[in-house]
Ligand binder design. Structure first.
Ligand code: PEP
Length: 254
C-alpha cells in the first residue's frame, strides 16, 4: 500500500536554534498521531540536518530530508553539499526539482536527472517536484509540461530505483501565493501522473507511488485535497514553519 506522506519544506528559514525547537515540537506533537502507513518528513536547511536526524532516531514516523544536493560526488565545488555528505547527517530524503531551484538557480531537467542518480546512489530518496507555470496552465499545455518533466527527470530510472522516488505535483502558480489548485484540478493532474507511471513501469508500480500535492496547502484546504483518490499527502512550505499548522495537516489522515 502506498505511503501517505506529509513533508515540510522549511526553505531558507529558521536559524539553528529556531529549527531545533520547531522540529522538537513537531516530533512530539505527531508521535502518537501518525497512522500505520503514514510518514512525516521535515526538509530543513543543511545546518539542521544532523541534529534533527538525531532527534528523529527514536521516532519511527518522522524522517529528515535535505532541500538540495550537488550532482557531483565530491571535489572543488565551494559551498556545495554532495549526496553522500547529506546522507551522512542521517537525512533519508532530498527535495529535487523544486520550482524555486528550477527558476532561480537555472536547474534543468538534465541536471536534475544527474542529481536524482546521485541521491539514489547514496541512499537518499528523491522527493521529485514537477508542475506547470501560470502561463502553461492558462495555455492548456500543462499535461505536456508535466509529462516532459517526468520523462527527463525520473523515467530513465529502473523500476526498482523509481520505487524509491516520491513525486510532488506543485503547480508553480500555487507555491507561496495563497492560490491553491482546487481538489478537482489537482486530482486531474495526479491521475494523469499515475497513468504515465503505469504506462512506463506498470500498474503495480504506479499504484505504489506516493504523489504529493504542494502549493499553499494549509489545515483548511488539506482535508479536501487529501481526500482525492490520487493525492497521497502534501509538500508543505509556509505552513510547515508553524508547528500547529503543520501537525494539523499531518492529522488530516487520522
Ligand atoms: C513549496 O515550496 O514546496 C510549497 C508548497 O510552498 P507553499 O506551501 O508555501 O506554497
Amino acid at each position: 500500500m502506498r505511503k501517505k506522506i506529509v513533508a515540510g519544506n522549511w526553505k531558507m528559514n529558521m536559524d539553528y536554534q529556531e529549527g531545533i525547537s520547531l522540529f522538537s515540537e513537531v516530533a512530539n506533537m505527531v508521535k502518537d498521531e501518525v497512522i500505520g502507513n503514514q510518514l512525516v518528513i521535515v526538509c530543513s536547511p543543511f545546518i539542521h540536518l544532523h541534529s534533527i536526524a538525531s532527534l528523529a532516531k527514536d521516532n519511527n514516523n518522522v524522517f529528515v530530508g535535505a532541500q538540495n544536493i550537488h550532482q557531483e560526488e565530491a571535489g572543488a565545488y565551494t559551498g556545495e553539499i554532495s549526496a553522500k555528505q547529506a546522507r551522512s547527517t542521517g537525512a533519508e530524503y532530498v527535495i529535487l526539482g523544486h520550482s524555486e531551484r528550477r527558476a532561480y538557480f537555472g536547474e534543468s531537467d538534465e541536471l536534475l536527472a544527474k542529481k536524482v542518480n546521485g541521491a539514489l546512489a547514496h541512499g537518499l530518496s528523491p522527493i521529485f517536484c514537477i508542475g506547470e507555470t501560470k502561463e502553461e496552465r492558462e495555455s492548456g499545455q500543462f499535461f505536456e509540461v508535466i509529462k516532459s518533466q517526468l520523462e527527463k527527470g525520473v523515467f530513465h530510472l529502473s523500476a526498482s530505483d523509481f520505487s524509491k522516488v516520491v513525486l510532488a505535483y506543485e503547480p508553480v502558480w500555487a507555491i507561496g501565493t495563497g492560490l491553491t489548485a482546487s481538489p478537482e484540478q489537482a486530482q486531474e493532474v495526479h491521475a494523469f501522473i499515475r497513468k504515465e507511471i503505469a504506462a512506463k513501469y506498470g500498474a503495480a508500480v504506479a499504484d505504489d507511488t506516493s504523489i504529493l500535492y504542494g502549493g499553499s496547502c494549509n489545515p483548511k484546504n488539506a482535508p479536501d485535497l487529501f481526500s482525492q483518490t490520487d493525492i497521497d499527502g502534501g509538500l508543505i512550505g509556509g505552513a510547515s514553519l508553524k508547528s500547529r499548522d503543520f501537525t494539523d495537516i499531518v492529522k488530516v489522515f487520522n
